[in-house]
Design a protein around this ligand. Structure first.
Ligand SMILES: NC(=O)C1=CN([C@@H]2O[C@H](COP(=O)(O)OP(=O)(O)OC[C@H]3O[C@@H](n4cnc5c(N)ncnc54)[C@H](OP(=O)(O)O)[C@@H]3O)[C@@H](O)[C@H]2O)C=CC1
Ligand SMILES: O=C(CO)COP(=O)(O)O
Length: 332
């Protein structure tokens, strides 16, 4: 039995804590929301983020970050990208020893273009950090919490972290592959949300399967182009963090990014769509980050640019579709 703390009591943190509890580990969750922490500890449920799912009877959560951080040497970081910097600062302030941090967030920081592991390494003092990894792949929290078969990848530059992540999480309904391409996995997990937003928009507009297949295929080409420019292995994008996560987010009603896109396609404003969601839609900020990165690194990303125009300039969707379809003739 290993002591592990899961920081973030949203849908994904809760589902992953449940996997670790099923594997017999000593898990403490931390969240800033008192009501959620109380429901998790007393009722073994998270009605706000995972309604109608009964979790492990050993589920326990605290709102004291100091208790959670010092409960374990292994921390699972499960908060949205925009909260990562702040949480790392808090961990760094209260920790009494070095930590191995496995994050599960799918985003990039606008302006700095940083991946999550880069933010963690930048904020944490070197002697407070034992190792960093990311767990990513096609995995809706709603299905994992119901113990439905799921496969993911654990990526790190450090072989021990990859092995640790695989050993801690793997069970008969949660299969974990190791991958040494940290850059590729983090970028794939972040950028697929852009394509999921676009796929939802396409469905909301009433376009068919051809349009969605085109978005997914050419979207994967965009993801691969930027990933490779940043140092990723192109083969990573045929795996969990590429094709796998694209399929699960572009084709599922569970995906918040797809649902947000669908609402935009049906005519809601971005603010209306986000307000009705109540959960994080990472793809919106990531579209901004990827748009800026594609310009800075001179990587062609036409779907990202079209979505950026729709989200941030109020550009008409149909006009952007026309622009995409009438780009200069080219080779596949
Ligand atoms: N849900 C899923 O199926 C999957 C999600 N992910 C990724 O996991 C990450 C977390 O997403 P998910 O759990 O789904 O998100 P949710 O929207 O379900 O929950 C977000 C959680 O993070 C908390 N939070 C938000 N901002 C901060 C902050 N600044 N500091 C501390 N806590 C904060 C919220 O607290 P509060 O309740 O107080 O607002 C809430 O507990 C995202 O990057 C997502 O892409 C990855 C794979 C699957
Ligand atoms: O990343 C996910 C599944 O792999 C969850 O996607 P959403 O954030 O769009 O719900």
């Amino acid at each position: 039995m290993t002591a592990i703390s899961v920081l973030g009591t949203g849908s994904w943190g809760t589902a992953l804590a449940n996997v670790l509890l099923d594997n017999g580990h000593d898990v403490l969750m931390w969240g800033r929301n008192h009501t959620v922490a109380e429901s998790l500890t007393q009722d073994k449920q998270n009605p706000e983020y995972l309604p109608d799912i009964i979790l492990s009877d050993r589920m326990t959560a605290t709102t004291s970050i100091e208790s959670a951080v010092n409960h374990a040497d292994i921390l699972i970081l499960a908060v949205p990208t925009k909260g990562i910097r702040e949480i790392c600062q808090q961990i760094d302030q209260v920790t009494t020893g070095p930590k191995t941090i496995i994050h599960v967030s799918k985003g990039l920081e606008p302006k700095t273009f940083k991946r999550i592991s880069e933010i963690i390494e930048e904020v944490m003092a070197a002697d407070h950090l034992q190792g960093v990894g990311v767990l990513s792949g096609p995995s809706h929290a709603e299905e994992v919490a119901r113990r439905q078969p799921t496969t993911v990848a654990i990526a790190s530059h450090d072989k021990e972290v990859r092995q640790l992540g695989q050993d801690l999480f793997m069970c008969d309904y949660f299969r974990v592959y190791t991958n040494d391409d940290l850059i590729g996995v983090e970028i794939g997990g972040a950028l697929k949300n852009i394509i999921a937003l676009a796929a939802g928009l396409s469905d909301g507009l009433g376009y068919g399967d051809n349009a969605k297949a085109a978005l997914m295929t050419r979207g994967l080409a965009e993801i691969t182009r930027l990933g490779v420019k940043m140092g990723a292995d192109p083969m990573t994008y045929l795996g969990m963090a590429g094709l796998g996560d694209l399929i699960v987010t572009c084709t599922s009603v569970h995906s918040r990014n797809w649902r947000c896109g669908e609402m935009l396609g049906k005519g809601l404003s971005l603010q209306q769509a986000l307000d009705s969601m109540g959960m994080v839609v990472e793809g919106v900020r990531t579209t901004q980050a990827a748009y800026e990165m594609s310009r800075a690194y001179e990587v062609e990303m036409p779907i990202t640019h079209a979505l950026y125009d729709v989200l941030f300039n109020g550009g008409p969707v149909e006009q952007n579709v026309r622009v995409l379809m009438n780009r200069q003739k080219t080779n596949e």
